[in-house]
Design a protein around this ligand. Structure first.
Ligand code: TGC
Ligand code: FAD
Length: 427
């Protein structure tokens, strides 16, 4: 049903789209003209359906999300209804086939993340965890029974997910995790999970927490679907981590497990080792590579507008000065290159030809470029950059986090370095 609703909305959007209102190249009698919003014409690489899905997502994000973000960021408040609204539009788990999901291409999915992150990386974060990390993990590694039990409600945004890999003492090196699953001492057919996860997006509001823990008897990492409603009091706590200085429009917390009983039927049946969590991360890292381009596009748009309106020295707009223009040119160029790279990897992904190293490359490059450019564009606002109403400082703070999670940039350098040299640098 959702598969059809996203496509139906998208088709309507495509037919209703006035040509002049699109961001596509404008033609003139003398030939194509340059469009600063899409400098290298990435739009020509999208199908009609992908364009229409992108417009549906952009419209929702600009009309419904954007008006809420400033207050949400100030209050450090995440409204879980956002995931329900996304579910109604078919934006959750959108590239999963079946189970009420839309089954769209990786590019369309990337364009959805770009639309969301144009508003705020925290909103994209909440969506990525739900869609790529938890729904994607269940779809790839779950049993048939697990898929049928969880995916349809998660696609509607009525059942919320969290992904617990990072621990207080093991972030970049999750292979050393201490979280453990033992046979439950009193409940037959149950494991007992103990340990702590930290910096977990959505954990305080999640109904189902995908927790990675070592099975005591084998020492191998396995994935467990911990359902909050079935956890006896005192066995599962998910305290929020407050007073963050980035990603304040998303909710982050811990997962504390104290002999928490989890049915054997809630363990992923076959996948063991780090291939499990990293398999989920491939999709989420790809989404971030596309998403951060949206955040940087918003920074560019805001900085360009500001530079045209703000006048200094003899009434000249800032945009008249060469140093300002260089900042805008650098950002537009990095957006154009980063978007094309993400499109290329997205196409290869759907053809089964993308490697994890390709995803590391675009995750690292796009996150680094987004953070660097956003920080430089921030200078165009002068003192006004310090006011949250100008939006740019929020993106800069958020983009530091995107460079850090799902593998910090230097860690992705080491993944690439290992692939280039055959020599492991991180042990
Ligand atoms: P290593 O020897 O490299 O690999 C162990 C096993 O995993 C396999 N593998 C992968 N499989 C699929 N996709 C990938 N991308 C894979 N990368 C590795 C590998 O083939 C091997 O399989 P097997 O069968 O031989 O056992 O393991 P290592 O321990 O040496 O890894 C080191 C390193 C640095 C690569 C890795 O630990 C790493 O990537 N660290 C970064 C940690 C990270 O990304 N954490 C993310 C936490 S989740 C999160 O941040 C969510 S934020 C979401 C949001 O709010 O948006
Ligand atoms: P560390 O591993 O301690 O690294 C610190 C620094 O040292 C980094 O710069 C790193 O690159 C560097 N470093 C580490 N090892 C090496 C090495 N061998 N060589 C060179 N440099 C090295 N995790 C989840 O599991 N689920 C989530 O939903 C989630 N959401 C998050 C939300 C937010 C807001 C944040 C901030 C984090 C989130 N994380 C989540 C955790 C995130 O994935 C980790 O913070 C990240 O993987 C880095 O781990 P760490 O913080 O322990 O840093």
């Amino acid at each position: 049903m959702f598969r059809h609703s996203l496509r139906a909305v998208a088709r309507t959007a495509a037919s209703a789209r006035p040509i002049a209102a699109t961001r596509a190249f404008a033609s003139s009698a003398s030939g194509p003209t340059f469009n600063w919003e899409d400098p290298l014409g990435a739009k020509h690489l999208y199908t009609e359906e992908e364009l229409a899905i992108s417009e549906t997502a952009e419209r929702y994000c600009q009309e419904r999300m954007l008006p809420r973000v400033l207050q949400a960021y100030r209050d450090e408040h995440y409204d879980p209804k956002i995931l329900e609204e996304m579910g109604e539009l078919g934006l959750l788990g959108a590239n999963i086939e079946g189970y009420g999901c839309a089954g769209v291409s990786s590019i369309a999915n990337g364009l959805i993340t770009r639309a969301v992150e144009r508003v705020d990386s925290g909103y994209r974060s909440g969506m990525s965890v739900q869609s790529s990390l938890v729904m994607g993990g269940i779809n790839e590694f779950g049993s048939q029974e697990q898929k049928e039990r969880f995916l349809p409600e998660m696609a509607k945004g009525k059942l919320l997910g969290a992904f617990g890999l990072t621990e207080p003492n093991h972030g970049s090196d999750p292979g050393s995790m201490e979280c453990v699953a033992r046979p439950h001492p009193t409940k037959t057919g149950y494991f007992s999970l103990s340990g702590a996860k930290t910096w977990i997006t959505n954990s305080p509001i999640a109904d189902v927490l995908l927790v990675w823990a070592k099975l005591q008897e084998t020492g191998k990492i396995r994935g467990f679907l911990v359902e909050r409603k079935d956890c006896p009091p005192g066995t599962l706590e998910t305290p929020a981590i407050k007073d963050k200085n980035g990603l304040r429009a998303s909710i982050t917390g811990m997962i504390q497990l104290d002999d928490c009983p989890v049915p054997v039927a809630n363990m992923f049946p076959d996948i063991e080792g780090l291939r499990g969590p990293f398999g989920c991360l491939n999709n989420a890292r790809y989404g971030i590579a596309f998403g951060v381009m949206g955040a940087l596009e918003d920074c560019l748009d805001r900085a360009r507008t500001y530079s045209l309106e703000r006048k200094q020295f003899k009434g000249n707009p800032l945009a008249r000065y060469q140093l300002i223009q260089k900042k805008l040119a650098d950002a537009a160029t990095d957006i154009a290159y980063g978007t094309l790279a993400a499109v290329q990897v997205g196409r290869l992904k759907d053809e089964g030809k993308a490697t994890p190293e390709m995803i590391s490359m675009i995750k690292r490059q796009n996150c680094d470029a987004a953070l660097k450019n956003a920080r430089i564009l921030q200078e165009i606002f002068g003192g006004n950059a310090v006011s949250d109403e100008y939006g740019i400082g929020r993106h800069v703070a958020n983009l530091f986090v995107t460079q850090t999670y799902e593998g910090q940039s230097d860690i992705h350098s080491l993944i690439l370095g290992r692939a280039i040299t055959g020599v492991q640098a991180f042990v």
